[in-house]
Design a protein around this ligand. Structure first.
Ligand code: NAP
Length: 283
């Protein structure tokens, strides 16, 4: 078993983003973060992203709304950032308070500023194999595979989870790389049997150590996107590592690459570029 660490890859992506940010003439790229409410984990994630921005030569701007904010107020705040020429990328921290229509809020982000890849436009671009911003965690997963010499073409990939920001786009990106993809979810029958067939397993469930180590096919590549309290992933790491050929640690696997992609895409947005290279065959 070898570890598929994300820290070195994230460093590389951030160094390159910093170099491209410095090479710009005029103002620095700017990422706007938007947070509704004060969920402690979300506050921490936003702070981490702002700190990374500062270290990478990217300005950040923060818009904080109370937990009582309405969908209309959140949409208005995002629309304003969308119209602001000094803002290149917009990140709405997920999840939003339950009474808010999250989809309406995401869709208020103009496609050219959707550096977190959460809009229908970005999803369609991923699905059609067209240029556009990728969803950061799924994009990070593909970059991790690339960096470790894993070619998904012809491989059986099983994605556990079908959320619009993680499981579904991860499946689209793996399909674009010519994997044969099965998407599992809470209504999947015989989940363990699906996982046992997989050459590549992507766990995106949000339940600590939910994927048992003995489900992993010997030699499989395991990507654990889960992040649960206590720094625990969605995969039973100690058991799975004994069977996997490559496995991501939690923390230090998918997480750092996700943030690095967010910043890379912010610089790309400032330079008026999308990021087409992740999607290859795109049929
Ligand atoms: P989510 O929206 O709650 O989606 C969870 C998915 O898991 C759903 O599709 C759900 O199926 C599926 N699921 C739940 N129980 C299941 C079961 N018993 N068997 C099979 N599938 C089951 O979560 P998310 O936002 O995608 O996040 C998933 C995990 O990734 C979380 O731990 C989160 O913290 C982590 N995450 C990490 C990053 C990062 O940067 N590393 C970024 C985002 C999220 P249904 O659709 O049928 O309900």
């Amino acid at each position: 078993m070898a570890l598929m660490s994300g820290t070195a890859l994230a460093r590389e992506i951030l160094d390159d983003a910093a170099r491209r940010a410095r090479a710009r003439t005029g103002r620095k790229p700017c990422l706007a973060t938007v947070l509704a409410g004060d969920d402690p984990a979300s506050v921490t994630y936003v702070r981490m992203k702002q700190k990374r921005c500062a270290a990478t030569g990217i300005d950040s701007r923060h818009v904080a709304l109370p937990a009582s904010a309405t969908t209309r107020e959140l949409v208005a705040a995002i629309t304003e950032l969308g119209e602001d020429e000094a803002v290149d990328g917009i990140l709405l921290q997920h999840p939003v308070p339950r009474h808010i229509d999250e989809r309406a809020a995401f869709e208020a982000i103009p496609p050219g500023k959707d550096v977190d890849g959460v809009t229908m436009h970005s999803f369609a671009a991923m699905a059609f194999g067209l240029p556009g911003f990728v969803s950061c965690t799924p994009g990070g997963i593909v970059r991790l595979l690339d960096a470790h010499g894993v070619d998904p073409a012809g491989q059986r990939a099983v994605v556990i989870g079908r959320s619009p920001i993680l499981g579904k786009p991860a499946a689209m990106l793996l399909l674009a790389r010519d994997a044969t993809v099965t998407v599992c979810h809470s209504r999947t029958a015989n989940l363990a049997e699906h996982v046992r067939q997989a050459d590549i397993v992507v766990a995106a469930v949000g339940k600590p150590e939910f994927v048992r180590g003995d489900w992993i096919k010997p030699g499989a590549v395991v990507v654990d996107a889960g992040y649960n309290p206590g720094n625990v992933g969605d995969v039973e790491f100690d058991q799975a590592r004994q069977r996997a050929s490559l496995i991501t640690p939690v923390p230090g696997g998918v997480g750092p690459v996700t943030i690095a992609l967010l910043l890379e895409q912010t610089v790309a947005a400032a330079n008026g570029e999308g990021q087409p290279e992740i999607v290859q065959s795109g049929r």
